[in-house]
Design a protein around this ligand. Structure first.
Ligand code: ATP
Length: 584
């Protein structure tokens, strides 16, 4: 397939920010694509070459890319750098340079998509000594053989900055339309995606084997399953009402969630965002080896513990460990525990088993032989008072509160429903819970904050429309160190204009790709005409906003922007707040 075809569609997509139009373009592209390579097209649309969990990075430094453009175009490096400064987009800079190529390319064959992809794969596989030189040669070779327009996209892909603004949801819609003629079938595709986390794989199965094969797909080892999530609830009474009078209450530990995949001697750990974090926790790997069970997928929370007493320590202690460069030292200074709470696979998929049966299986398999491996403490009860007591006990033991689980529920990959509920201690006058919000824009700082950002614009996620809608400006709760951190981590997400998936009436000095999620508390949720979160839902002309928002100090590196608090959740919280005000 000619690379030009996909580039032409990308060009069209760049011209619109309307979701339906974007989906139409994708459908057209999928129909043009030969079935064998649909997976490659999907990865490229997502700006990568393999699913995220494989952790394959192209890893190309900007400097090297600029040099490759210079060599291929025959123009001075300083001129290329100027093009880049002016446009802020390495793709545009490359396109412009190559349009002004010193010598025209006489014998160029049409670039095939397969060729581009295989060279990108080669680039990604190179490491160690001499690899930089080779990468450089491959990029220059790609540029020599591409048109300026094709180069624009190649350069954006290799620099990790292909921003088409297309979410997985839109790709699923387009796949359903292109291969089954019905958007309704997206649910089937979504399930397959939720249990494999590999959109390319799902697309190829659909294209080659049809919808029924996708329907029969099961979870498998070493393909991470998207985590099941919890709704918030207010009190023990509500827990019982939502579980037909009997539920499991587990400690809600404050650490890092991991999904453990193990066959004989192969063990892999995936984070909540499904990144491969196997190398972060050698001590966990050792402990799992000692378990003596195979062909298994477990879920657990890793929590820092006190060296001497084995008591749970707060999340911050785990973060200290993650920041340490020397992992041996980190393991000694910050020991951890692995607290297992679910089993998703044991020789075969276990997702359809009830919570009760999965927990029983877990208890029959796991030996709590040492301080590291533990089963998450749990009770089954139909007594609200017992739940309250257990809540107190969990907090006294250093936990955040309780996770309430429906005994009959299957494991619902990727879903946030009332099958799991989180019950945290209430902060009386504050919102009952913190929010996880996405940074979409920022404002330059003044006074002491000159040279950094002084405030940020935050958004919630509107899942149904795949948009990020503004909910608050925030400038409180940040230390100087935080502001330095934000300034540097946001650098690579800067945009020239507002992202296609961002909806905001307020302007910002700088716009960002929605990527970074931070934890925020606030005194209450209010109605506001300035913000677009849940616009017109509670009152016409008003959205929802936060009063006295404050950063808690937690950057949610473990969350994607799509995992942030949703508009639906904000509406629920707003109603809860009204209700508790009335009762007060
Ligand atoms: P929060 O913001 O409240 O920490 P979250 O938004 O990260 O939660 P939720 O699904 O809302 O995700 O809450 C569940 C999280 O709580 C899980 O992702 C997991 O990391 C953690 N957790 C702690 N203890 C348990 C437990 N016993 N069962 C399930 N998850 C647990």
């Amino acid at each position: 397939m000619k690379f030009e075809i996909i580039v032409d569609v990308f060009e069209e997509m760049e011209k619109t920010s309307k979701r339906l139009e974007l989906t139409d373009h994708l459908v057209r592209l999928f129909k043009l694509t030969s079935k064998e390579i649909i997976d490659k097209i999907i990865y490229l649309i997502q700006g990568k070459i393999r699913p995220d969990y494989e952790g394959i990075e192209l890893g190309i430094a900007e400097k090297m890319i600029l040099k490759a453009i210079s060599i291929s175009s025959g123009l001075e490096l300083s001129l290329i750098e100027r093009f880049y400064r002016e446009s802020g987009d390495i793709g545009v800079a490359g396109e412009k340079a190559l349009e002004n190529r010193k010598q025209s390319v006489l014998f160029r064959e049409d670039m095939e998509l397969e060729k581009v992809y295989s060279i990108l794969e080669k680039i990604a596989s190179l490491s160690g000594e001499g690899s930089q030189d080779l990468k450089f040669k491959y990029i220059a070779n790609l540029l020599n053989n591409s048109t300026p327009k094709e180069s624009k996209y190649i350069l954006r892909i290799v620099s990790g900055k292909l921003r088409l603004g297309i979410a997985d949801y839109s790709i699923l819609d387009a796949l359903a339309l292109a291969f089954t003629d019905s958007k309704e079938n997206r649910v089937i595709l979504e399930h397959a995606y939720n249990i494999s986390s590999d959109l390319g794989f799902v697309a190829k199965k659909l294209a080659l084997e049809g919808l029924s094969a996708v329907k029969e797909l099961k979870a498998s080892l070493f393909k991470p399953i998207r985590p099941m999530l919890a709704e918030r609830i207010q009190n023990a009474q509500e827990a019982l009402e939502r579980t037909n009078g009997i539920c499991a209450a587990e400690y809600k530990l404050d650490g890092e969630r991991v999904q453990i995949h193990k066959s004989k001697d192969k063990i892999m750990l995936f984070s909540r965002r499904l990144e491969n974090v196997t190398l972060h926790y050698p001590d966990v790997i050792e402990a799992i080896k000692g378990l003596g069970i195979d062909n298994i997928i477990l879920e657990a929370e890793i929590v820092a513990i006190d060296q001497n007493t084995g008591e749970y320590l707060p999340f911050q202690d785990l973060m200290h460990r993650r920041r340490k460069y020397n992992i041996e030292e980190a393991m000694r200074e910050y020991p951890i525990s692995l607290n297992i709470f679910d089993i998703l696979y044991y020789n075969k998929e276990c997702l359809d088993m009830s919570y009760k049966d999965r927990r029983a299986l877990l208890e029959s398999l796991i030996r709590e032989s040492n301080n590291i491996i533990r089963l998450v403490p749990m009770i089954i009860t139909s007594d609200a008072e017992k739940i309250e007591e257990y809540m107190e006990q969990s907090i006294a033991d250093g936990c955040e509160g309780l996770m309430i689980k429906n005994l009959e529920s299957s494991y619902r990959a990727g879903a946030r429903e009332y099958a799991w509920m989180k019950l945290k201690r209430e902060y009386r006058s504050e919102l009952a819970d913190s929010l996880d919000l996405v940074i979409i824009g920022a404002y330059h700082g003044k006074g002491r904050r000159t040279g950094k950002y002084g405030a940020f614009l935050l958004a919630v996620y509107d899942k149904d429309n795949d948009m990020f809608r503004s909910i608050s400006k925030i400038g409180t709760g940040f230390t100087d160190e935080h502001l330095d951190t934000f300034y540097s981590i946001l650098e690579s997400y800067k945009l020239k204009k507002k992202d296609a998936r961002v909806d905001s009436k307020l302007d910002a000095d700088v716009w960002f790709e929605p990527k970074i999620v931070i934890e925020v508390i606030a005194s209450e949720i209010t109605l506001s005409p300035l913000h677009t979160a849940s616009m017109d839902i509670i009152r016409r002309g008003s959205g929802l906003a936060l009063r006295f928002p404050k950063f808690t100090g937690k950057i949610r590196y473990d969350k994607n922007a799509e995992d942030a608090t949703t508009t639906d959740e904000i509406i629920k919280l707003y109603h809860k707040q009204i209700k508790s005000k009335r009762e007060a």
